[in-house]
Design a protein around this ligand. Structure first.
Ligand code: F6P
Length: 551
């Protein structure tokens, strides 16, 4: 079923135009005044659902801003697109695919249809196979070719087949089986593979080759290198079956590679790469934390899915988050969003979100193929607090750019150590407070700061931020948090009228690399037909391969 596209241009919608007028009236409003005028703002401008408390009071919004943003959501195709996604319609129009990552976490008994077929039973069947396999590896029952138990698990994949697994492994390390070592190889740079394997015994190592397409250059190159590395020690090709499993949608390519499809964990073309960490792509996660914790994570995702699907927009966390992000992006012109988890285990969360947000909403044409006349996806970046405070926060506080921040905090630590958690949490609150309220030059001077120094010590404030609070970093909480971002990305993409589920922008570079590779390998002696710069660089590389080079 093809989704009908009938969207009035975004900037012609009445709510958009009202927002433009409204923006010109409120753009200079300071958070100091907004809070001073409304003693309840910090309690009122919050929302809570499925265990996530969202404080959006430190954004440069009024009740009227919110009303107009919600009106914009109603005037856009958001509601229709949410329903279409959950109905299994092909909302990824350029690839003619359904978008059903929500089916990956649907509980038994729920049915979600794609192409007239309920996909939930097949999802559950793969989860059951994953659980069986994970338990065998975790217990030591799954042995390597020489009878040794598996001690090391290496996931080979890139993009969505890497970032989710790495992030989830790091995020849930507290729950992981500590006598297993997990490594992740993604880069085609040989260093990645060499360093990941240098201290490992092939007899105790299991490779998970994760690739939706099973054609990705980086992953296939690393997979071949892994096979060579293994066979150098184990000699016999039969060893591959005990040391390699795959996660893919492409059984044909898996067979061609020489891996038995009995050792393949399947997923489907209606799961986008960056939405796949809770599919079989999460096999390394499941081996690390065990099937029960993995199921708890899926349950967290599902709770947020249901909230997104059913809650009215004014209480819908992903919708509110998406709308406020859009306000900062499209009206205040904020180019980036800083993601600042105050939780060390979430150190790879910003990197994970970069693919989720930017591959999804980095688009310049609408679903109808017309050029947008407004900004789409912002740049996401970040680091865990408090490290970022001693690095880039200076620019957020006193630089010339407006950078909305997402602060993510947990009320209870996983590793309670003396005062650490109080200090961590206090720092998060302090940063959001400083960003919002700053320090006026009068305040600075009243402290006795010399006049010449006062401008340097003044904080303008009025820097917007969201604060998300969760109880504790559990697998369930992680699922909720990821789904929150997934659906806020969806919300923004739907309002911008773009396809958040394709990624044509990565194709040209891949095609050009395929052309350049043989030229580099040939030593670049033939006719080169690139631009002058690329030709020169290729020749320079070729010269470095000549025996006389560097002598
Ligand atoms: O190049 C981008 C991309 O297609 C991502 O969308 C995807 O997550 C990644 O490559 C890896 O693809 P695959 O899982 O097919 O190897």
């Amino acid at each position: 079923m093809r989704m009908e596209i009938s969207i009035a241009p975004l900037t012609t919608l009445p709510a958009w135009q009202a927002l433009e007028t409204h923006y010109s009236k409120v753009r200079e409003l300071h958070l100091r005044k907004l809070f001073a005028d409304d003693a309840k703002r910090g309690e009122r401008m919050t929302a809570e659902a499925v265990g996530i408390y969202f404080d959006y009071s430190k954004h440069r919004i009024t009740d009227e801003t919110l009303r107009l943003l919600l009106q914009l959501a109603e005037e856009s195709t958001l509601r229709a697109r949410i329903d279409a996604m959950f109905r299994g319609e092909k909302i990824n129009v350029t690839e003619k695919r359904a978008v059903l990552h929500v089916a990956l976490r649907a509980p038994q008994g729920q049915s979600i249809m794609a192409e007239g077929k309920d996909v939930v039973p097949q999802v559950r069947a793969v989860l059951a196979r994953m659980a069986g396999f994970s338990n065998r590896v975790r217990s030591g029952e799954w042995k390597g070719h020489t009878g040794k138990r598996i001690r090391n698990v290496i996931n080979i994949g890139i993009g969505g087949s890497d970032l989710g697994p790495v992030m989830a492994y790091e995020a849930l390390r507290f729950y992981s089986q500590r006598d297993l070592t997990f490594r992740f190889v993604s880069n085609v740079d040989g260093t990645d593979f060499a360093e990941a394997t240098r201290d490992l015994d092939p007899e105790e190592t299991l490779f998970i080759i994760s690739s939706k397409t099973f054609t990705t250059l980086e992953t296939m190159t690393n997979a071949h290198t892994a096979r060579d590395w293994l066979l150098q020690t184990l000699k016999h090709p039969a060893a591959v079956a005990r040391h390699f499993v795959t996660v893919s949608t492409n059984a044909m390519e898996v067979t061609k590679f020489g891996i038995d499809t009995a050792n393949m964990f399947e997923f489907w073309d209606w799961v986008g790469g960056r939405y796949s960490m809770d599919s079989a792509i999460g096999l390394s996660t499941m081996i690390a934390i065990g099937p029960d914790h993995f199921r708890a994570m899926l349950n967290g995702f599902h709770q947020m899915d249901e909230h997104f699907r059913t809650a009215p927009f004014e209480r819908n966390l992903p919708v509110l988050m998406g709308l406020i992000g859009l306000w900062n992006n499209n009206f205040f012109g904020a180019q980036t969003v800083a993601v600042l988890p105050y939780e060390q285990y979430l150190k790879r969360f910003p990197a994970y979100l970069q693919q989720l947000t930017m591959e999804s909403n980095g688009k310049h044409v609408t679903l109808a193929g017309t050029e947008v006349d407004y900004q789409t996806g912002p740049i996401y970046w970040g680091e865990p607090g408090t490290n970022g405070q001693h690095s880039f926060y200076q620019l957020i506080h006193q630089g010339t750019k407006l950078i909305p921040c997402d602060f993510i905090g947990f009320l209870r630590p996983l590793n309670p150590l003396g005062r650490h958690h109080d200090l961590l949490f206090a720092n998060m609150l302090a940063q959001a407070e400083a960003l919002a309220f700053g320090k006026t030059s009068q305040e600075v001077q009243a402290e006795g700061t010399p006049t010449w120094l006062a401008p340097h010590r003044t904080f303008e404030g009025n820097r917007p931020s969201s604060t998300f609070l969760l109880e504790r970093l559990t697998p369930e909480a992680l699922g909720k948090l990821i789904a929150l971002y997934e659906h806020s990305v969806f919300t923004q993409g739907a309002i911008w009228g773009i396809d958040s589920f394709d990624q044509w922008g990565v194709e040209l570079g891949k095609a050009l690399a395929a052309r350049i590779i043989p030229e580099l390998e040939a030593g670049a002696e033939g006719q080169l037909t690139h631009d002058g710069s690329t030709n020169t660089l290729i020749k320079r590389y070729g010269r470095a391969k000549e025996p006389s080079h560097g002598r």
